[in-house]
Design a protein around this ligand. Structure first.
Ligand SMILES: Nc1ncnc2c1ncn2[C@@H]1O[C@H](COP(=O)(O)OP(=O)(O)OP(=O)(O)O)[C@@H](O)[C@H]1O
Ligand SMILES: [Mg+2]
Length: 259
């Protein structure tokens, strides 16, 4: 992973708040799926978001990214209201749908990855830099050999890596990943996790939705568990399983303990 250093923005402000939610309530068609959620992500965090299917993990991510506007509460992105925030190149996002895009779309891997660079004025002037950044992202994910292939001819796991490369090409300070390991095989999974850990080690802030509790416990610095519209923060990830399991037992069930 020699090119990793080229893939993240420079940061000298560890601990500074990147995203904050205060008393956020969000509803689709009148029924709330997030209820009075407050949380914050600071520079250098690795936040893992866990919870059963339908517990609003993806919704939470979209609210944090300003893609969904809550009916109540406050969202701040790098200290600004989402509507006022303009530096989207500081943020990388791989959505849960990335692996399921229209596979008949006639674009090569190289084109998809370098399209991640199209932000702000730079797109008109930055041809050489865009090329170098795309090349570095493809190399970091070990998919340079796929660069001329059509996106529709890739496997789900290969496509997932392409979309991660596309998010990294912006050299973001914070990377949002929504179930990024779906479709990735066991061998690639370890590589994928070491890449994410390495990016985090290089000061990239990570927010990752996952069903992989074991990896979340190992890698994350904070865990948020979503359930019934509420977000519970566990700052001691080492003890997460113990605390979580005893809480679940207190509530009288283990149904979601292994979700
Ligand atoms: N666009 C939408 N319109 C209406 N309801 C929606 C919409 N998107 C999600 N929902 C509902 O909101 C709830 C939360 O969905 P969300 O996708 O955020 O859950 P999730 O925790 O990410 O689930 P998963 O683990 O399956 O990805 C679900 O009940 C879902 O059916
Ligand atoms: Mg989801």
């Amino acid at each position: 992973m020699t090119k990793i250093k080229e893939l993240h923005g420079i940061s000298h402000d560890k601990g500074k708040e990147i995203i904050s939610l205060k008393d956020v309530t969000f509803s689709y068609n009148g029924s709330p799926v997030l209820k009075d959620v407050s949380l914050s992500v600071a520079k250098g965090d690795f936040l893992a978001i866990l919870g059963p299917n339908g517990s609003a993990k993806s919704t939470l991510l979209k609210v944090m990214l300003g893609l969904l506007v809550p009916q109540a509460g406050e969202v701040r992105i790098f200290g600004e209201k989402p509507a006022q925030f303009g530096e989207w190149n500081r943020i990388g996002y791989v959505s849960q749908q990335a692996a399921n895009i229209n596979t008949s779309f006639p674009a090569t891997v190289e084109e998809v990855v370098s399209s991640g660079y199209y932000t702000g004025l730079g797109r008109f002037f930055d041809g050489a830099r865009r090329k170098a950044a795309s090349k570095a992202a493809l190399e970091a994910l070990k998919i340079s050999d796929l660069s001329k292939r059509l996106i529709g001819q890739l496997s789900g796991g290969q496509r997932q890596k392409v979309f991660l490369a596309r998010a990294l090409v912006r050299r973001p300070e914070v990377l949002f990943l929504d179930e990024p390991t779906t479709g990735i095989d066991a061998a690639s999974l370890q590589e994928f996790y070491s890449l994410i850990s390495e990016l985090h080690g290089q000061d990239m802030t990570i927010v990752m939705v996952t069903h992989d509790i074991a990896s979340a416990v190992k890698m994350a610095t904070k865990i948020v568990y979503m359930m019934d519209g509420k977000a519970t923060l566990y700052e001691d990830t080492g003890n997460f399983l113990e605390i979580f399991t005893s809480k679940t037992l207190e509530r009288g069930g283990m149904a979601n303990a292994h979700d």
